[in-house]
Design a protein around this ligand. Structure first.
Ligand SMILES: [Zn+2]
Length: 330
């Protein structure tokens, strides 16, 4: 997968086969236009604004920015339908509970969205079919394509919180009510810390960026980066915090392996930017657990854990993969 040339853009436009994927994160709206064979034709990032009206407007603007050709605007400043620019569908990855059938989004707290008909509202702005998917599920689809494992993969997304996206035989596994992979609130950690969800010991209270911010507060910069530097410097308190963190992420990987038995577990989310030390720490924690358990050794969880590549961007690519469903008329 690569950023395509202008001639590829023109060829893709001619076939009317461009899909657009937009990942709407807590800080960034990230859009890509994707041609045949998942070639990335264009990419655009803009800061996220909160509230339904701003989110819809920004998604439409981001999609227009990556669509092939030049936008024409009418007297009211509205862009023409993206279909005239070769776009067949738009896929969105958004946090919260997503009703795929209606495109409604609930409980997307970071975006200030609750019970908003996001799909229909964006469709009105872009003039092509829009499919909405939970952001981690969409990113899992993107990771499956990037890693080359679409049969059986879990994306363990470790960002502000922790959750898993699951792909089985090329499709997202959502469960009956969309809760499949929501393991952040599995009360499995022995620290038994209180969680805002009302339980104690949720994995998210230890295995998340939020937890690291609490356990390793820094005046400036990123807590995880600072923590890792302190671990390298041999500071005992840092080693204690880091060990507890990677052990809890390992526990989350073990929970995913036990529930879904995926062939590959991809470590993704914001904290995957820590790189190989993150994967090494999680794998060491898993190996340490397995040392005492023939059962865990037989599961060989550590051997399935890979780090999400820094590029291409799996979240908007996955959203574009979601759009393929609409483009195919399914
Ligand atoms: Zn919880």
């Amino acid at each position: 997968m690569s950023v395509g040339s202008l001639s590829e853009t023109a060829a893709a436009t001619g076939r009317g086969s461009v899909r657009i994927g937009v990942d709407v994160g807590g800080t960034t709206v990230h859009a890509v236009a994707v041609g045949p064979d998942d070639v990335v034709l264009a990419e655009h990032r803009m800061p996220t604004r909160r509230g339904a009206e701003a989110v819809v407007r920004d998604i439409v603007a981001a999609a227009a920015a990556v669509a092939p050709g030049v936008a024409r605007e009418d007297a009211q400043g509205a862009s023409d339908a993206l279909s005239s620019r070769g776009v067949v569908a738009v896929g969105l990855g958004v946090p919260g509970l997503v009703d795929r059938r209606t495109g409604r989004v609930r409980a997307a707290v970071n975006l200030g969205l609750d019970d908003v008909a996001l799909g229909p509202l964006v469709a009105r702005g872009v003039g092509v079919p829009v499919v909405v998917e939970n952001d981690v599920n969409a990113a899992a689809l993107g990771a499956a394509r990037v890693v080359g494992e679409t049969d059986s993969l879990a994306l363990l997304n470790v960002g502000t919180g922790i959750a898993a996206g699951l792909v089985h035989e090329g499709r997202v596994v959502r469960g009956a009510n969309g809760f499949a992979g929501e393991l952040g609130h599995l009360p499995a950690h022995p620290t038994a810390r209180p969680c805002p969800c009302g339980q104690r010991g949720c994995l998210e209270t230890v295995a998340s960026g939020m937890a690291l911010s609490r356990d390793w507060p820094v005046a400036s910069g990123h807590p995880a980066v600072d923590l890792l530097a302190a671990v390298r410097a041999g500071r005992p308190r840092a080693i204690e915090v880091w060990t507890r963190f990677v052990d809890a992420v390992g526990l989350a990987a073990q929970a995913v392996a036990t529930a879904y038995d995926p062939a590959v577990i991809v470590l993704g989310g914001g904290l995957s930017a820590l790189g190989e030390p993150f994967r090494d720490g999680v794998c060491a924690a898993l190996d340490s657990r397995a040392a005492h358990s023939p059962f865990l050794r037989s599961m060989a969880v550590a051997g399935r854990v890979v780090l999400l590549p820094a590029s291409p961007p799996v979240a908007p690519l996955g959203a574009a993969a979601v759009a393929q469903v609409a483009a195919a008329g399914a």
